[in-house]
Design a protein around this ligand. Structure first.
Ligand code: AMP
Ligand code: GLY
Length: 422
């Protein structure tokens, strides 16, 4: 089978690495890819959002399966585009249609879905630009901290958690006036939930599902979970506090009712579901849905899957996931992200990365890299994720940290405390 993966980060390198291991994988292409995917697949200089160009490429290379990495093409309707095109009818595509992608693209839509299918989440109300007074009086009825969420996609910056009521009111006004553009002209204000966060992933065909390993990511730039939010500084799988009881409750109270909801809504959805969860007094609650894999969670989830991911994805696209069996390693996987100096603020690019050939017992997943004159150069804020497996968390982390010390580029930064809280 010929496979096209869309995206160019660590998640897509990990998807390519795993799919490449399938005996059913013939041609493997990544658009646009990075220096890591270039070693195992053919990079294609196409944007994941240029649907007509992707169509031409799929027809020319006889692509049978497209795996969409990031959310933007999904929210923009790539699955609808493929499924409505006569010439692309035979091409399988991994991702939800535009209607279901609103589970990630609109916080309000996701909250309404959760209410309808009785999926546990924080209490909330939503407001539009004409409802500032109502939003202010709702804030007055809550206890701090106040959680304000822009309805739409805001590049990971659309959630504010504020202690002070006056500040929460001022931010509410600014958001409703368009602080994050159209994304924040609708606002969700919700109850603050205190607890430990974890992430669960499923592959669905829209009716049934397979559950993937649980993971936890580390979003803040600073050690001890301090400082600015990033795209993710590291991850671990499995997650020690997710014991059998919490896991069973998560499946019964969140995963199964969500898949039932996808089916009842009749979405056209063959793809990943990402459940962002928080444990509150032993109970799982949904913080958010994403309609794709997480990054860097993918870099610790996929190495633990022993069965054939391409077979699972193809079954999802064909509506046959109920016949698939997933096999998961009991080993731990950890990843430590090496990032550019200055990230998540502005940072330099084009720094040469050395030491990659000296890595052992580690799976380096490139995030922001590119090839130039035979050299691997940094090309993003998050540069490379050093994933490693071990019999326990400590053994895996020791290998991830040995790896991050083996590679070098000017200004390299990483968190020294991935997994510290577990
Ligand atoms: P989201 O974009 O919805 O995932 O929110 C980003 C981050 O904000 C989450 O990963 C949580 O750390 C935090 N967060 C979101 N909603 C809540 C909430 N209701 N209570 C506490 N923390 C939250
Ligand atoms: N690591 C969180 C995300 O991918 O959204």
């Amino acid at each position: 089978m010929n496979v096209l993966i869309l995206g160019g980060g660590g998640r897509e390198h990990a998807l390519a690495w795993k799919i490449k291991q399938s005996e059913n994988c013939e041609g493997l292409f990544v658009a646009p890819g990075n220096a890591g995917t270039a070693q195992i697949a053919q990079n294609i200089a196409l944007s994941p959002e240029d649907f007509p160009a992707l169509k031409q490429f799929c027809l020319k290379e006889n692509i049978q399966l497209v795996v969409v990495g990031p959310e933007a093409p999904l929210v923009a309707g790539i699955v609808d585009f493929f499924h409505q095109d006569e010439e692309l009818k035979e091409v399988g595509i991994i991702g939800p249609d535009k209607r279901a992608a609103a589970l990630e693209g609109s916080k309000k839509y996701a909250k309404e879905f959760m209410a309808k299918y009785e999926i546990p989440t924080a209490a909330y109300k939503s407001f539009n630009s004409d409802e500032l007074a109502e939003a202010e009086s709702f804030l007055e009825s809550l206890n701090p901290p106040y959680v304000l969420k822009a309805d739409g996609l805001a590049a990971g910056k659309g959630v504010l958690i504020l202690e002070d009521l006056a500040e929460a009111k001022a931010e509410t006004a600014a958001m409703l006036k368009g602080k994050f553009g159209e994304a924040s002209k609708t606002l969700v204000i919700e109850e603050f939930l205190g607890g430990l966060e974890y992430s669960v992933f499923a592959i669905t065909d829209g009716k049934n599902h397979l559950v993937l390993p649980v993971a936890k990511d580390y979003k803040r730039i600073g050690e001890g979970d301090t400082g600015l939010n990033t795209g993710g500084m590291g991850a671990v799988s499995p997650v020690s506090f997710v014991d059998d009881t919490l896991w069973q409750r998560t499946l019964e109270e969140v995963v199964e009712p969500t898949i039932k909801g996808l089916s009842e809504e009749n979405y056209d959805y063959a793809g990943f579901v990402f459940f962002g969860l928080i444990e509150v007094k032993g109970a799982p609650k949904v913080i958010e849905y994403n309609v794709r894999m997480g990054d860097p969670e993918t870099e610790v989830v996929l190495p633990r899957i022993k069965s054939d991911l391409l077979s699972h994805l193809w079954a999802a696209a064909e509506g046959n996931i109920a016949n698939e069996k997933i096999e998961i390693s009991s080993d731990f996987c950890t990843t430590v992200m090496a990032v550019s100096e200055g990230y998540p603020g502005s940072y330099p690019k084009g720094k040469e990365i050395t030491g990659l050939n000296n890595l052992s017992d580690c799976i380096p997943f490139h995030a922001g890299t590119k090839l130039a004159d035979g050299k691997v150069l940094s090309a993003g804020g998050r540069v490379i994720a050093l994933s490693a497996m071990g019999a326990n968390k400590e053994a895996a982390l020791a290998k991830s940290y040995a790896a991050v010390k083996t590679i070098c580029f000017e200004g390299i930064q990483y968190r020294n405390d991935i997994g510290f809280d577990l």
